[in-house]
Ligand binder design. Structure first.
Ligand code: GDP
Ligand code: MG
Length: 439
């Protein structure tokens, strides 16, 4: 999915301005990519419509290329689709908080119950795990083993009691023991059936849990979305845990669940180990789906710190080849606002490994101070005529800036390299052949 989208956006890069046709073309690809990733059809349809509406006719920001602008909108809408911000567990005003894990066989309920206990303990909670899967003795044993590994208590009463009795006793036990979080592992089935739902409803009525978490397997794609919808209609879910996101999943379920059911994904399982559970961040998932997290960060930074007019002026200069040392200085200062230079360079797709950029990357942040001092020690005429700076001028500049002739030489060399590279980048940007333009 990420690859296809990147290809689409790469094509957009050559465009100078966003027209409806450009956006239509790009969104056709986005639509295809989302459907291929097993995202619900209705979700895709309304998603594409929303992005289009926002993208067409919007003022193109000077600091972003049209492609970046579309990416930015797609990213925001993707994150919005998944709930926008991170959703936390509902906590009881008066402890213990009771969490009920529900879901089908093999979804990862038991494992996730243990992982959640582990995660919440790190946040200062005192969890109690409760074995309510009375149909499979092995399930009780499984939870006990996990609890032992984590050194977290597991409450069980074997398989001769009803889940309601066990859960009630567990909550009482937790209250007595000062445990503020009760996580109940329930019995699943191979598929949704009346018996399981009735059981869970009964448990819900008896316990009044603060949180009903549905555990679904991300690898089942669209099926996971249907399961979530059915459980939500019957039980009313507070959140979803999407497991096995570490596998070769297409991620479509993550995109559709919130949009289809209205229930946020609260956690994701990313491995078999007991620390492989993470709070779900819609924006990060959007990045992952787009496969270009770093680029997006860069876009945001550029947007936040660049003076758009100044950049436009610089761009023009670079192209017209009368790029002077004054411009170089101005540009270095703009770049400085973005953060460490090495980091910026590594964020640029396809440019990070260009040899020329590696050389530019040798300028580290400490060196920026020298560069500035050296350029400031030049006369305006020298700044406009770097090729005319001879040996005696270099010595004077070195003295004036408190540096050395070698430093002056290296700054002039870097300037020359930058000028060449800028010209190449400008050409690449115009031709849209490969790589991105410098912001
Ligand atoms: P339950 O039947 O719903 O209780 O499912 P289990 O908790 O027993 O999990 C079923 C299988 O899925 C086990 O082998 C788990 O180790 C595995 N599993 C659960 N969550 C994840 C996950 O996030 N990633 C991976 N790779 N495996 C998981
Ligand atoms: Mg289980």
């Amino acid at each position: 999915l990420a690859e296809k989208l990147q290809e689409t956006f790469r094509r957009l890069k050559s465009k100078g301005r966003l027209t409806e046709a450009d956006v239509d073309e790009a969104m056709k690809e986005v639509r295809r990519a989302l459907l291929a990733a097993d995202v619900n059809f209705q979700v895709v349809k309304s998603f594409v419509a929303r992005v289009k509406e926002r993208a067409v006719g919007q003022d193109v920001l000077s600091s972003l290329t049209p492609a970046q602008q579309v990416i930015k909108i797609v990213r925001e809408e993707l994150a919005g689709l998944m709930g926008g911000t991170q959703s936390k567990l509902n906590m009881a005003p008066k402890p213990p908080t009771v969490v009920m894990m529900v879901g089908l066989h093999g979804a990862g309920k038991t494992t996730t119950a243990a992982k959640l206990a582990n995660l919440m303990r790190k946040q200062g909670r005192r969890p109690l795990l409760v074995a309510c899967d009375v149909y499979r003795p092995a399930a009780i044993k499984q939870l006990q083993v996990l609890g032992e590994q984590l050194d977290i208590p597991v409450f069980s009463m074997g398989d001769r009691h009803t889940p309601v009795d066990i859960a009630r006793a567990a909550v009482e036990h937790a209250t007595r023991q000062g445990r503020d979080l009760v996580i109940i592992d329930t019995a699943g089935r191979l598929e949704i059936n009346e018996e399981m739902m009735a059981e869970l409803e009964e448990l819900k009525a008896a316990l009044r849990p603060h949180e009903i978490l549905l555990v679904v397997d991300a690898m089942t794609g669209q099926v996971a979305v249907n399961i979530a919808e059915t459980f939500n209609k019957r039980l009313g879910l507070d959140g979803v845990v999407l497991t096995k996101l570490d596998g070769d999943t297409r991620g479509g379920a993550a995109l559709s669940i919130k949009a289809v059911t209205g229930c946020p994904i609260k956690f994701v399982g990313v491995g078999e180990k007991l620390d492989a559970l993470e709070p779900f961040h819609p924006d990060r998932m959007a990045d992952r789906i787009l496969g270009m997290g770093d680029v997006l960060t860069l876009i945001e930074k550029a947007q936040a710190s660049f003076d758009a007019e100044q950049v436009a002026r610089l761009n023009k200069k670079i192209r017209s080849a009368d790029f002077t040392l004054d411009d170089f200085l101005e540009q270095l200062q703009e770049v400085k606002k973005l953060g460490p230079i090495q980091q910026i360079i590594s964020m640029l797709p396809g440019l990070g490994n260009m040899k020329k950029l590696k050389e530019l990357g040798d300028i580290d942040d400490r060196e920026l101070v020298y560069v500035e001092a050296i350029i400031r020690s030049m006369t305006p005429w020298e700044r406009a005529h770097p090729h005319e700076i001879n040996g005696s001028r270099r010595r004077r500049i070195a003295r004036g800036s408190g540096t050395s002739v070698q430093k002056v030489n290296s700054v002039l060399k870097q300037f020359e390299q930058t000028r060449k590279m800028m010209r190449q980048l400008a050409e690449m940007g115009r031709g849209g052949k490969k790589g991105a333009r410098l912001p």
